[in-house]
Design a protein around this ligand. Structure first.
Ligand code: SF4
Length: 143
């Protein structure tokens, strides 16, 4: 299987705070499958570290109130192309991210309030017919 994975899950320090979301299960999966890592925010031109972002009325805004929508959507488009070129079978993405979250995102108030919804990249993959799995649902997959 070819699996696209949020780069931070493989230990890359591309999180907004300069850290990562290393996950041992993802590393194990990478030994059995071909894994392609992407960070749509970095690929879209965001620096690391960066201010946290949330989706406010459909637009990506950072903690300082600046729009980062262009960068997020550019990164998502570029990563969609990577998914297409590699003909991935599946994407496994980090939970709750304004780019990668599949099941839930923060509500745009920067108060750590979660709502149902998907990040920009996860939405784009789904709209284009890719199977997208949130990290928190990984145990439901036979991989
Ligand atoms: S955009 Fe995705 S891959 Fe990049 S740090 Fe955020 S959750 Fe990880």
């Amino acid at each position: 299987m070819k699996i696209l994975v949020s780069a931070c899950l493989m230990g890359q320090n591309c999180k907004y705070n300069g850290g990562n979301n290393y996950n041992k299960k993802i590393e194990e999966i990478s030994k059995r499958h071909e894994v392609i890592t992407v960070c749509p925010e970095v690929i879209g031109g965001m620096t690391t570290p960066r201010r946290s972002c949330e989706i406010v009325n459909g637009e990506v805004i950072n903690f300082d109130g600046e729009s980062k929508d262009r960068e997020f959507r550019l990164g998502a488009e570029r990563c969609l192309q990577i998914a297409r070129m590699n003909q991935i079978d599946l994407a496994i993405l980090q939970s709750r991210s304004p780019s990668c979250g599949v099941n839930q995102i923060y509500d745009g108030t920067f108060t750590k309030t979660l709502i149902p919804g998907s990040g920009v990249f996860a939405s784009l993959l789904k709209e284009n017919g890719f199977k997208v799995v949130d990290l928190e649902d990984l145990d439901k997959e036979q991989l």
